[in-house]
Design a protein around this ligand. Structure first.
Ligand code: AMP
Length: 209
């Protein structure tokens, strides 16, 4: 079983995917998290991905599809929630060939651009456990420390204002067409991603049931 969460950067895909994966016993696969780990470990994948990521551009499709294909091969017969993948029409086609099953359930979290900008510029993340914080809406870190694991809380380099505009542009140009792709396959549910995380989660559960 595959669930895909679509939406602009900062739409809340990570928060919702983590919670849903925990409740369904699925694996949460965030291609962004996977790439950030590769960058931090300075692997070949990380070296390739870093320049794209820091400028807000997409990592090439063939690189991402190779990573996802390997992940699916290593984790057969498990439920997966994709967060941040597919991000282009080619990736959606690539996923179809990798899975060779009926279309996945796809939920788009729709959030207005001005809210995305606010959310991303105030977002912080724990470098050890990945917990998300928000300097406006909370939860707030304690100083620069994570209240869950004590790790250092930092601002992602691509959450700085110069890069946010580019990421939004890339989203509208390259990722919004993925919605059309799944709409044509009748497997897309669009939900309002604004407001409180619990309310969005309730909408998400209604959409996938
Ligand atoms: P995210 O954490 O999902 O916002 O991803 C952070 C960055 O990682 C993106 O801005 C891209 O540079 C890269 N990235 C993550 N997922 C993908 C993907 N499916 N295709 C291409 N690039 C990706």
């Amino acid at each position: 079983m595959i669930i895909i969460l679509l939406g602009a950067p900062g739409a809340g895909k990570g928060t919702q995917a983590k919670r849903l994966a925990g409740e369904l016993g699925y694996i949460h696969l965030s291609t962004g998290d996977l790439l950030r780990q590769a960058v931090a470990s300075n692997t070949e994948l990380g070296k390739t991905a870093h320049s794209y990521m820091k400028s807000g551009k997409l990592v090439p499709d063939e690189v991402i599809l190779a990573v996802v294909s390997e992940f699916i091969a290593d984790n057969p017969n498990v439920g997966v929630i994709f967060d941040g993948f597919p991000r282009t029409h080619n990736q959606a086609e690539g996923l179809k060939s990798i899975l060779q099953t009926s279309p996945p359930k796809v939920v788009s979290l729709d959030v207005a651009d001005e809210d995305v900008i606010k959310r991303l510029s105030s977002r912080r993340v724990c470098q050890d456990c990945g917990k998300l914080f928000n300097m406006i809406s909370g939860p707030l870190p304690t100083g620069d420390k994570c209240d869950t694991c004590g790790g250092k809380v930092y601002q992602r380099e691509d959450d700085r204002s110069e890069t946010i505009a580019e990421r939004l542009k890339v989203y509208h140009q390259q990722t919004a067409p993925v919605k059309e792709y799944y709409a044509k396959l009748n497997c897309l549910w669009s939900i309002d991603g604004s407001g409180d995380a619990d309310e969005v989660y309730a909408r998400l559960i209604r959409a996938i049931n």
